[in-house]
Every structure is written in C-alpha cells, then in structure tokens.
Design a protein around this ligand. Structure first.
Ligand SMILES: Cc1ncc(C[n+]2csc(CCOP(=O)(O)OP(=O)(O)O)c2C)c(N)n1
Ligand SMILES: [Mg+2]
Length: 312
C-alpha cells in the first residue's frame, strides 16, 4: 500500500522544534535547581541530552494522536504540547498543577492534548499505548499512539505480550525505545540478549529500525515513516533511538558507573547544538544559492559601458 513518508517540514515547524528542544532543556535544568534549593519534593529524572527523541517523534504526529510516557517524561509532555506552567506547578506540589499537586513529576497527564500520562512503572505505558491504539481502531478513528519507553523496559514481559497483540490486530501504535545506554546504573548492552531492533521486531512480526537519537531530523524521518504505516492500517513498528542522558538517573544519582570521557564524547553530538548548526548552515546555503542564482541571472555589462567608471 502506498504510504505518505516523512514530509518536508516548513521553516516555522523547524524553528518550533528547535524552540521545544531548548524549552525541554531549560525546564529540566530549572527543575534540578528547584529540587536542590528544596522547593520540590519527590524526585525528578532529567531528559537533558535526549531532547531530539521526544521532539523529532512528536513532530510526526497530528494533534489528535496520543503518546504514553515514562518516569523521565517532561520532554515527551512538552513535545506533545503540555503546558509548562501546569507541569512546573505539579512538580512543586501546587493546587494549580496537572494533578492538583498530588502526583508530582511521574504523574503528569493531559488527556485533551493526547498525553496519556507519565508512568513510574517501567514499561507501564506499553499496555496503555496498546490499549489506546485498540480503542482508536475499534472507534474507526485514524489516530496513532506513540509509546515511549526506555531500554530498561525492553525486557519487560508487557512489551512482548503487547507487541504480539498489536501485530495480530495491526494496531496503530509505534513503540519507541529510548536507548540512553543505561537503566539506572546497568548498561543496556549487559542486560539485553537481542538489542538489534530489526531482529527483535521480526520475532514480533513487524518492522524494527534503529536511528540516531541525537539527530532530531533522523528521529522525525524514522518515526514519520512508522506513523504513516500505522495510520494506513498496516500495524505497529519498533523504533529504537540511540541517545544518552547527560545527568544521572535522577537527581540523587552518585553517577559512579560511568566516566567523564564517555559523557564528553556524547556531548559532542549534542542534539540542540547540532540542529542549530544544521539550521544555520541550511540558512547560509540558501542565501549563497540565492546569490549564485542572482549572479547567474544578471546581465553582462553593455559594451557601451566599457569606459564608464574607469579612471586609468
Ligand atoms: C516495574 C519496575 N521495575 C523497577 C522499577 C525501578 N526503576 C525505576 S527507573 C528504572 C530504570 C529504567 O531504565 P530505562 O527504562 O532504561 O529508562 P531511563 O531511566 O534510562 O530513561 C528502574 C529499574 C520500576 N519503577 N518499575
Ligand atoms: Mg535507559
């Protein structure tokens, strides 16, 4: 069946994606500050470093589409259009927060915006996303559900059960694994027997693909393809985004399981710096292209003008 693959995004959409990546980074940096100054109770799991995943993936969605999220959920929520004021108020336990201050960081949802909830249970969103996709299918709607989860959830039973059902019923769901290299202090490559998404998804009976999760456009293109497939009634996909969290698992993480060289190496691929540089390079290329077109289309000087402006 013919499918609409990733469409070119407009300059305004690209600008908005860059803005949202900045918004996520600043939101979580500020959340860390607030925690350290004692203004926030409970914990918070920074999404810093992983911004390209949420933003690239959500750029492939329509407003009526849904997402499910994780304990590291601020990025997903902001990328799907969550209100930063209601989120921040929730983090600070205020009555104006998304859950009237009773939930905190890991219980933020905005059903109207298609955000079906952060989740403190590793893999907890997988069953919800699969159920939301089934509901859409039964209701005859063509919306798609994106299911974000971490590498730590790759081996949760609920993924295998849900993926099997989604494949059999061709549910409109995209399973997006954020492989940020660690589940708490455990390295993903130490606890996953089949990390290759293609091989894994083959066993479920649908496509699996890996992409550079530090590159917002790569995430966008990969997820847009999977979303188009789901919307066309062709069923689920697995997308693994290879990424990294700059900070610890949560604010209190002593971070004694990885070294600075590793962190620095990942920071050279920073998703915001890279996208900013790409956008700048693209804008300059456009300007130079226009200069070349102008020069090529311009007339040669007239022979009569040969002696004008010449003084020697
Ligand atoms: C079912 C379940 N088991 C264990 C935990 C404790 N726990 C919280 S986060 C986490 C690691 C999750 O790692 P990953 O899925 O890779 O997400 P990341 O933190 O890297 O974003 C664990 C084991 C939990 N919350 N739920
Ligand atoms: Mg992880």
């Amino acid at each position: 069946m013919a499918r609409k693959l990733a469409v070119a995004l407009s300059p305004d959409q690209l600008q908005s994606m860059l803005r949202t990546m900045h918004m996520i980074r600043q939101f979580d940096l500020r959340a860390l500050d607030l925690y350290r100054e004692g203004a926030m109770r409970g914990s918070t799991h920074p999404y810093i470093g992983m911004e390209a995943v949420a933003v690239g993936a959500c750029a492939a969605l329509r407003p009526a589409d849904r997402i499910t999220s994780t304990h590291r959920g601020h990025g997903h929520c902001l990328a799907k259009g969550g209100d930063p004021r209601l989120m921040m108020a929730e983090l600070l336990g205020k009555a104006t927060g998304y859950c009237k201050g009773k939930g905190g960081s890991m219980h933020i949802a905005d059903v109207e915006a298609g955000i079906l909830g952060a989740n403190g249970i590793v893999g907890g969103g997988i069953g919800l996303a699969t159920g939301a996709a089934l509901a859409a299918q039964l209701a005859g709607r063509d919306d798609v559900t994106l299911c974000f989860f971490g590498d730590g959830a790759l081996n949760q039973g609920i993924l295998h059960e849900s993926a099997n059902l989604a494949a059999i019923w061709k549910l409109p769901v995209v399973y997006i694994c954020e492989n940020n290299q660690y589940a708490m202090s455990a390295r993903a490559d130490k606890f996953t027997s089949v990390p290759d998404p293609e091989v894994r998804a083959k066993a479920y009976g649908f496509p699996g693909v890996s992409c550079d999760g530090m590159d917002v456009m790569a995430v966008y293109r990969t997820v847009a393809d999977a979303v188009a497939r789901a919307r066309a009634g062709e069923g689920p996909s697995l997308v693994v985004c290879v990424t990294y969290r700059y900070f610890g698992h949560h604010v209190g993480d002593p971070l004694n399981y990885r070294d600075k060289a590793e962190v620095d190496a990942w920071k050279t691929k920073d998703p915001i710096d890279r996208f900013q540089a790409d956008r700048l390079a693209a804008a300059v290329t456009q300007e130079i292209d226009a200069a070349v077109a102008f020069a090529k289309a311009s007339p040669e000087p007239e022979v009569e003008a040969l002696m004008e402006d010449v003084y020697a």
